[in-house]
Design a protein around this ligand. Structure first.
Ligand SMILES: C[S@@+](CC[C@H](N)C(=O)[O-])C[C@H]1O[C@@H](n2cnc3c(N)ncnc32)[C@H](O)[C@@H]1O
Length: 245
């Protein structure tokens, strides 16, 4: 993104979701062609914790390379992307994945379905007032003990527009500390944070960029219920509503 082109994105008459969708439809081919082919090593933070065949949801799967394509070698991958062109590329590039063309804020997925959710360089394209809802949706889709590996942003910023691969793009984000707080409040343990680069092929001259990466785990409420309470209660108790089992 060209920092000189940044402008505030605060016009209530503009549909920024549509702008993101149309922008990625237009630049999908170019984005896919300069995205690096090798998966970022930090993905091992997640994959080392998963069993072969685990179900992974890739939010904002883009052109499917390298994330969905690499994960699909060992896991069952479902990608969701708001851009029709990106989904088309993912289906072409990753024959053994399933891909859904949808806004992640609207898609209907089963509860307790996924062992892991991954999302690289996507959450900051969704208006930040929806980020808590998004993490709540992810929490709902994850199995107890499931993992989220997501890139977020360093600083809390006002939403802005900028030039991105020949189109106008939209960004909206809180900072790392806010994301840690939101995830913790929703019911995630923060396992680890690190930082990754922009993900373009080294042959493409792109200014250096770093994004914080968060690995979080859906708190397994069953493991958290103290033994004495499990034995004494046969009716729902507390906020979490577990019965004796
Ligand atoms: C920078 S690309 C990253 C693609 C991929 N994760 C990667 O690492 O190559 C961001 C992707 O997020 C998708 N996206 C943006 N907003 C979305 C939304 N609300 N729901 C689903 N996908 C979205 C875009 O269409 C685009 O493919």
């Amino acid at each position: 993104m060209n920092a000189d082109s940044m402008k505030p994105a605060n016009d209530p008459t503009v549909d920024y979701r549509k702008l993101v969708m149309q922008g990625y439809d237009q630049c999908a081919g170019r984005y896919g062609s300069i995205r690096r082919n090798e998966i970022e090593p930090d993905i091992n933070l997640l994959t080392d914790r998963l069993d072969e065949g685990a179900k992974i949801l890739d939010i904002g799967c883009g052109a499917g390379v390298p994330i969905a394509s690499t994960l699909a070698q060992h896991f069952e991958v479902t990608g969701v992307d708001i851009s029709r062109e990106m989904v088309h590329l993912s289906r072409k590039n990753v024959s053994d994945g399933s891909f859904i063309h949808a806004d992640i804020m609207e898609v209907d997925l089963p509860a307790d379905e996924f062992d892991a959710v991954i999302s690289f360089d996507t959450i900051f394209h969704i208006p930040k007032e929806h980020h808590r809802d998004l993490f709540q949706r992810i929490h709902h889709w994850l199995k107890n003990g499931g993992y989220l590996l997501a890139t977020v942003s360093d600083e809390n910023e006002e939403p802005y527009l900028g030039e991105f691969h020949g189109v106008t793009m939209y960004w909206s984000n809180y900072g790392l500390q806010e994301y840690i707080e939101i995830l913790s409040e929703i019911g995630f343990d923060i396992v680890q944070t690190s930082s990754i680069g922009h993900g373009y092929d080294p042959s493409h001259e792109t200014p250096e960029e770093h994004h914080p990466l968060i690995l979080a785990q859906k708190i397994d409420l069953l493991l958290q219920v103290p033994d004495d309470l499990q034995l004494q209660n046969s009716e729902p108790f507390g906020d979490i509503g577990y019965k004796k089992f």
